[in-house]
Design a protein around this ligand. Structure first.
Ligand SMILES: NC(=O)c1ccc[n+]([C@@H]2O[C@H](COP(=O)([O-])OP(=O)(O)OC[C@H]3O[C@@H](n4cnc5c(N)ncnc54)[C@H](O)[C@@H]3O)[C@@H](O)[C@H]2O)c1
Ligand SMILES: [Zn+2]
Ligand SMILES: [Zn+2]
Length: 388
C-alpha cells in the first residue's frame, strides 16, 4: 500500500510499504478515507522527538471504513465508518477506568524508555516514534487499529468525513485545553498559537462559556481565521505589547486562564528566545519555553495555565517562582480523546462546523510538499487533509 513515511529531519516521503495485518484478536483494519497532518507531526518533521526510525509510517489523525475485524472484536463491525482517537487505550487499566485514556498503562510496549525520562509512561500513540509504541500511523491507505472496541467510534448519521476527522485529535485537544481551565462563565482566556489547536481551543472556550477570548500569534491569516471563523479577538505577537494589552482588557489583573497551544517548537525573536535557540542547538535544552514563559507571566494571580502544546524534555529558565508566587494552577497532557467524543459528536450534529481550519486538500502523493508548506505556513496553510 501507499503510505507517508519519515526518513529524518525535513524528509518525509510517500512510498509503497507492506500492507498492515491483524496481529491481535482485538485489532481491526481500516481503509483510510481521510487523514490530516498535525502540529505534533511537525515536531517529528523537525527531528525534535527521539526514537524515530527511517521508514516509520506517520499519521495519528485518521478515519476510515472497517475492512477486517479480529476474532475478539465484538462492538465494531466490518463496513462501519469510524474515527479513531490518536491515543491508544486498553479500556481496562486504572487510567482508562478513570477516563484518562492518554495515560493508559497497557498500550505502550516502549514504556520502559519513557519511564527513564518521566518516571511513568503514557499510552501508545499512532505514528509517533518508538518511545510511544512504534505503531504505524494512518497517513496511509490502510491502518491497523489495536483495541478496536475501545478505540473506534462509529460515525452517526452519515456525517461527512471533514466534519468528524478532527475529532481524532485537534478538536478534543482544544476542548480539553478549555475544559482544564474550569470555566464557570464570563472568564477572559488568552491563547498562544493560532494553529488548529489554538483555534479549536478558542472555539471550545466559547462553547464552555468564556466571556472574552484573545488569540495570539504572528501569522496574519491565522489571526484573521480566529476573528472571522471563530469570532474571537486577536493580538499580534510582535506588533502588540502582549502583557500590556492583556492587562488593559482585564482591569489590570491579567487573563483568568492562559492556554499554550504552541509547544516545544515555539518561535521568538527577543534575546531570551535566542538563548533557547542556542541552548537547543548544542543540546543543553530540549524544548523551547518561549510561549510557556509568556503565558505564565501574563496570567492573573490564582489563574490557570493550560498547556495542550506538546513538550517532551526540559525547558530552561522555567519560571517556577512566578508560578508559585502567583499561585497558578498548571495543567498539560496528551488529550484523553475518548473522554470528549460523545460531547463533540453532539456539537457537530447540532451544527458546530468542525471543518473550518481546512485550507489544503490533497492526496498522499503530495505529502512531502505539504509537510513543508504546513511547517513554513506558506500559501496561507492552516490545516492539510489528505484522501488516500
Ligand atoms: N496535547 C495534545 O494531545 C496535542 C494534540 C495535538 C496537538 N498538540 C500540540 O499543540 C501544538 C499546536 O498544534 P497545531 O497543530 O496548532 O500546530 P501549528 O504549528 O499549526 O500552530 C502553532 C502556531 O503557534 C504559533 N507560534 C509559534 N511560536 C509562538 C509564540 N512564541 N507565541 C505565540 N504563537 C506562536 C505559530 O505561528 C503557529 O501558528 C503543538 O505543540 C502540537 O504538538 C497537542
Ligand atoms: Zn495531533
Ligand atoms: Zn488502559
Amino acid at each position: 500500500m501507499k503510505a507517508v513515511t519519515w526518513h529524518g529531519k525535513h524528509d518525509v516521503r510517500t512510498e509503497t510499504v507492506e500492507d498492515p495485518k491483524i496481529l491481535d484478536p482485538n485489532d481491526v483494519l481500516l481503509k483510510v478515507t481521510s487523514t490530516a497532518i498535525c502540529g505534533s507531526d511537525l515536531h517529528l518533521y523537525a527531528g525534535s522527538i527521539p526514537e524515530m526510525r527511517s521508514g516509520d509510517v506517520l499519521g495519528h489523525e485518521f478515519m476510515g471504513e472497517v475492512v477486517e475485524t479480529g476474532a475478539n472484536v465484538s462492538r465494531i463491525k466490518k463496513g462501519q465508518r469510524v474515527v479513531v482517537p490518536f491515543c491508544i487505550a486498553c479500556g481496562e487499566c486504572y487510567f482508562c477506568k478513570h477516563d484518562q485514556t492518554s495515560l493508559c498503562d497497557n498500550t505502550n510496549p516502549d514504556a520502559h524508555k519513557v519511564e527513564e525520562l518521566y518516571g511513568y509512561s503514557g499510552s501508545g500513540l499512532f505514528g509517533y516514534s518508538h518511545l510511544f509504541g512504534g505503531y504505524a500511523g494512518g497517513q496511509a491507505e490502510y491502518v491497523r487499529v489495536p483495541h478496536a472496541d475501545v478505540g473506534c467510534y462509529v460515525i452517526p448519521n452519515g456525517i461527512p468525513d471533514e466534519q468528524v476527522l478532527f475529532l481524532t485529535d485537534i478538536f478534543p485537544t482544544g476542548y480539553q485545553a478549555a475544559d482544564q481551565c474550569d470555566l464557570k462563565g464570563g472568564e477572559t482566556v488568552a491563547i498562544w498559537g493560532a494553529g488548529p489547536v489554538g483555534l479549536f481551543a478558542a472555539l471550545s472556550c466559547k462553547l464552555l462559556g468564556a466571556g472574552r477570548v484573545v488569540v495570539i500569534d504572528r501569522i496574519p491569516f491565522r489571526l484573521e481565521m480566529a476573528r472571522e471563523k471563530v469570532g474571537v479577538e486577536t493580538l499580534h505577537l510582535d506588533k502588540d505589547d502582549i502583557y500590556e494589552r492583556l492587562r488593559e482588557i482585564t482591569d489590570g489583573r491579567g487573563p483568568d486562564c492562559c492556554i499554550d497551544a504552541v509547544g516545544l517548537d515555539a518561535h521568538g525573536t527577543s534575546l531570551h528566545e535566542m538563548y533557547d535557540k542556542v541552548k537547543r542547538a548544542v543540546g543543553l535544552e530540549t524544548d523551547d519555553g518561549t510561549a510557556l514563559r509568556q503565558a505564565i507571566n501574563c496570567c492573573r494571580k490564582g489563574g490557570v495555565v493550560s498547556v495542550p502544546g506538546v513538550y517532551g524534555g526540559v525547558v530552561d529558565k522555567y519560571p517556577i517562582g512566578a508560578q508559585f508566587g502567583k499561585a497558578l494552577r498548571m495543567i498539560g497532557g496528551q488529550t484523553h480523546v475518548h473522554r470528549y467524543l460523545d460531547r463533540l459528536f453532539d456539537h457537530v450534529q447540532n451544527g458546530v462546523d468542525a471543518s473550518f481550519p481546512i485550507t489544503h486538500r490533497a492526496s498522499l502523493d503530495e505529502a512531502s510538499d505539504l509537510y513543508e508548506t504546513f511547517r513554513t505556513k506558506e500559501d496561507e496553510c492552516v490545516k492539510v487533509v489528505m484522501r488516500p
